[in-house]
Design a protein around this ligand. Structure first.
Ligand SMILES: [Zn+2]
Length: 332
């Protein structure tokens, strides 16, 4: 189960209906709903964790790693709200910006967690990754789990064995949110960041949607609540939210969060090719399909405007960042 060939051989043994559920991952942004998780597991006689491992090479297909040529896939299992229903699974992959410094790279674990968060999940049960999480990702995941355990599942190279290890063991003596007196945790708490208004007020539906996303962002240290929306020429819209980190550098910017969502809808290498919609055909040069990028933030001592402009000019030179500031209502 540790090679892509094995995975796709397994998938090719599935019934047409289940195969099509896997193929849908290439069309729906890498989301496998609990009902389908249950059906596939039962058809293959495997459990959810084994399915997560099986899906890692599928997640890797979303990777864009022109610099390292090292594709990474991650699969997140969301917390089950109803114990009788299987949790939804969310895929993520790494993304590298060409001609920029490496520290802007998006890691697969961040993309998968963000995918679950943006799609309404309020927690993570476990995460599987195609390679051991790097230190940056361990720190990112620690923000999510805090002092609670989060199982990380990693396939062992050249064997069918898996390593299952919790985040505390992967990051001993961690510098965590509690060190800065933060009681909130990424995803876990129903955050109430207060009421924010655009300044100046704007009556633009897309901008207002981005504002709503910004209000759900996670910025306990700086209050730099931020979100980004990308609109394509075909009308499709993608949103990203800022996920701050106590160790600063592993923070996931709102712009990159939106880009990772876009990358999850524009995979160039669907090896199943059972069906491929016109939308996913824009694949390799998706940047030329970007029509508008809206950015909304509560600009504090930390802000993301210049970084977003830089990343956008790298990705889609023809587009100018449509930037808005939000401010606390009543000036609080
Ligand atoms: Zn990483």
């Amino acid at each position: 189960m540790d090679t892509r060939i094995d995975t796709f051989a397994e998938i090719s043994n599935l019934s047409e209906e289940m195969k099509s559920s896997i193929n849908d991952l290439f069309e729906n942004g890498g989301i496998l709903k609990g009902k389908k998780v249950k059906a596939i597991c039962s058809e293959l006689s495997i459990n959810t964790e084994e399915l997560m491992l099986l899906l890692l090479p599928v997640a890797e297909c979303f990777a864009r790693a022109p610099i390292s040529s090292f594709d990474v896939g991650a699969v997140v299992r969301a917390k089950a709200n109803d114990r009788d229903v299987c949790s939804n699974l969310y895929l993520g992959a790494n993304f590298e910006y060409e001609n920029l410094s490496l520290n802007f790279s998006i890691h697969a674990e961040q993309a998968a967690v963000s995918n679950a968060w943006l799609n309404g999940e309020s927690g993570i049960e476990s995460i599987a990754t195609s390679a051991a999480p790097c230190g940056h990702c361990r720190q990112f995941l620690y923000e999510l789990s805090g002092t609670n355990q989060l199982p990380v599942i990693i396939p062992e190279k050249h064997s069918k064995n898996i390593i299952k290890i919790d985040i505390q063991t992967l990051l001993p003596s961690a510098f965590g949110p509690e060190q800065l007196g933060c009681e909130q945790l990424l995803m876990r708490d129903n955050l109430d960041v207060g009421t924010f208004l655009l300044n100046p007020l704007v009556d633009d539906e897309f901008v207002l949607q981005v504002l709503e996303q910004a209000r759900s962002s996670y910025a306990p240290y700086t209050k730099n609540y931020a979100a980004c929306g990308i609109q394509l020429k075909n009308g499709s819209m993608f949103f990203g939210r800022y996920a701050e980190n106590v160790a600063h550098n592993p923070s996931f910017s709102a712009f990159s969060s939106a880009v990772s969502q876009l990358a999850m809808r524009s995979v160039a290498k669907n090896p199943l090719i059972i069906s491929q919609s016109a939308e996913s055909n824009f694949a390799s040069d998706f940047a030329s399909n970007i029509k508008r990028v809206v950015f909304v933030e509560n600009s504090t001592l930390a802000n993301q405007k210049q970084t977003a402009e830089l990343l956008l000019s790298n990705l889609a030179k023809q587009v100018v960042l449509d930037y808005y500031q939000m401010v606390p209502k009543n000036g609080k």
